[in-house]
Write a protein that binds this ligand. Structure first.
Ligand code: PA5
Length: 446
């Protein structure tokens, strides 16, 4: 089985009568999603995306990835939020968080446009010096400030280095199929463009060109990624019983815990390669559920690292949290503890033991300690660290997120709260049209 959910360490915390009630809410949320008659139903393209995608564009993505691999040493991916987290998560999970330092026949990949840091942009601009560069700017709206600023800087760099014609061959744009200034600008400049489908929101877009182009450039097999997601879609959309459908079960468990006051969910991994996957998951759940004064706060940790920083809190702090532990059954890398004649460190009892065994033992010990401390643990295991299983896991979390959001009673597919800071920032920066707001905000600043 590609993915297994074990509820043994959470069930004792739950009430069977309440589970039955929420179980029926989960079933009806699944049907509402599939019937496309719930809130935000114009953003449900991701449900059928793993099968129902533009095959011609998919081939163009693969061709563009080959061109990028051939033409550059440094590939800059420009985007923020849902326009970068998925790609970065997959590349780090399947290739490595140290991807740029690996010996490889694919370009170094840097992510930009996801902050407004002069320091970070200057560093990246200097990394590009003397190296061949391609860029992929990704913005569904085409108007987001952070990527727009970075795009202007890197476009200038490419035009200076290669001239306008040369730069055109190195700039790839992923945006709306017809709307927005980025689309208009790209068509005029003659850049190759890829589409963020109308009915797929940013945080659900990793399996569109948004994620697939950078992922393909890193050398990950995007066909396998889509196949894993497609098999997951078939599984989780068909079965209606949460006891037989891990995806519905996850939505059921987390909503049941939430109603018992467990308002923080911590995604736990025992491998540093999953750190960005945790960030992707945090955006998916945080932006989908955190509205109308409701929602589980999504947090994340990498153990055993964070056992030495946050472990105390999880074990013994405010009892408003639970953990969802994601692990991979078959390890992708082995390393044994060496034998040492002197045994000064007393570690010879572990000599010859593979680090995966020690890591898994740390996980088992931690789960038991944390449930003893009152923190329930949902266990999710995928079979292998490969594109197929990761595609499955991505779809698992996306579908569970849609179901969970409906059970919670929110529209999981909008993000009105993100606009508040943007409006204030535009006003304070003096963007035309925001004059009154600027005056009002400046009067409030201390
Ligand atoms: O999930 C979302 O919709 C957001 O995180 C967006 O992806 C993010 O705000 C970037 O927006 P855009 O792609 O329009 O630049």
């Amino acid at each position: 089985m590609t993915l297994k959910l074990n509820d043994a360490y959470v069930r004792p915390f739950l009430d069977e009568a309440q589970l039955a009630v929420i179980g029926s809410e989960v079933r009806s949320a699944q049907q509402t999603l599939l019937a496309k008659n719930g809130k935000g139903n114009d953003f449900l393209g991701w449900i059928t995306l793993p099968d129902d995608y533009d095959k011609d564009e998919f081939a163009r993505i693969q061709a563009a990835a080959e061109k990028i691999k051939k033409n550059c040493d440094v590939f800059i991916v420009i985007g923020i939020g849902g326009s970068y987290l998925g790609a970065r998560a997959v590349i780090e999970f399947l290739r490595s968080p140290m991807y740029n330092n690996l010996k490889k026949d694919t370009p170094d990949i840097y992510f930009s446009g996801c902050n407004i840091s002069a320091q970070s942009l200057n560093e990246l601009l200097s990394i590009c010096e003397g190296r061949d560069v391609c860029i992929n700017v990704i913005s569904k709206s085409g108007t987001t400030t952070e990527p727009a600023v970075a795009f202007r800087l890197f476009r200038n760099l490419l035009e200076k280095k290669y001239g306008k014609d040369g730069a055109r061959e190195r700039i790839f744009v992923t945006t709306d199929k017809e709307k927005g200034t980025l689309k208009q600008f790209s068509d005029e400049a003659g850049y190759e463009t890829f589409v963020v489908p109308d009915d797929v929101g940013g945080r659900f877009s990793v399996l569109t060109a948004v994620g697939l182009l950078p992922i393909a450039v890193s050398g990950v097999d995007i066909e396998q990624l889509m196949e894993g997601a497609s098999d997951a879609a078939a599984l989780y959309t068909a079965e209606t019983d949460p006891e037989k459908n891990a995806c519905l079960k996850y939505a059921l468990l987390r909503n049941s815990l939430y109603r018992q006051g467990k308002t923080t969910e911590i995604l736990v991994n025992y491998e540093p390669y999953a750190a960005m996957f945790n960030e992707w998951w945090k955006q998916l759940y945080g932006e989908s559920e955190g509205k109308d004064g409701k929602g589980l706060f999504p947090a994340s940790v990498i153990f055993s690292t964070d056992l030495h920083s946050l472990g105390q809190f999880v074990q013994d702090g405010t009892r408003n949290l639970f953990e969802t532990v994601v692990s991979v059954k078959n390890a992708s890398s082995q390393l044994a503890v060496p034998y040492d004649e002197a045994n000064v460190d007393g570690l010879n009892f572990l000599a010859g033991t593979d680090l995966n065994t020690i890591n898994q033992t740390a996980m088992k010990g931690t789960v038991l300690a944390h449930i003893d401390g009152g923190a329930p643990n949902i266990m999710i295991e995928i079979e292998e660290k490969n594109a197929y299983c990761l595609g499955h896991l991505i779809y698992f979390f996306e579908f569970a997120c849609g179901v969970s959001g409906y059970v919670l009673g929110v529209n999981p597919f909008d993000q009105p709260g993100v606009e508040a800071y943007k409006k204030n920032m535009f006003a304070l920066l003096g963007k035309p049209g925001y004059e009154d707001r600027k005056k009002e905000l400046e009067a409030r600043l201390q």
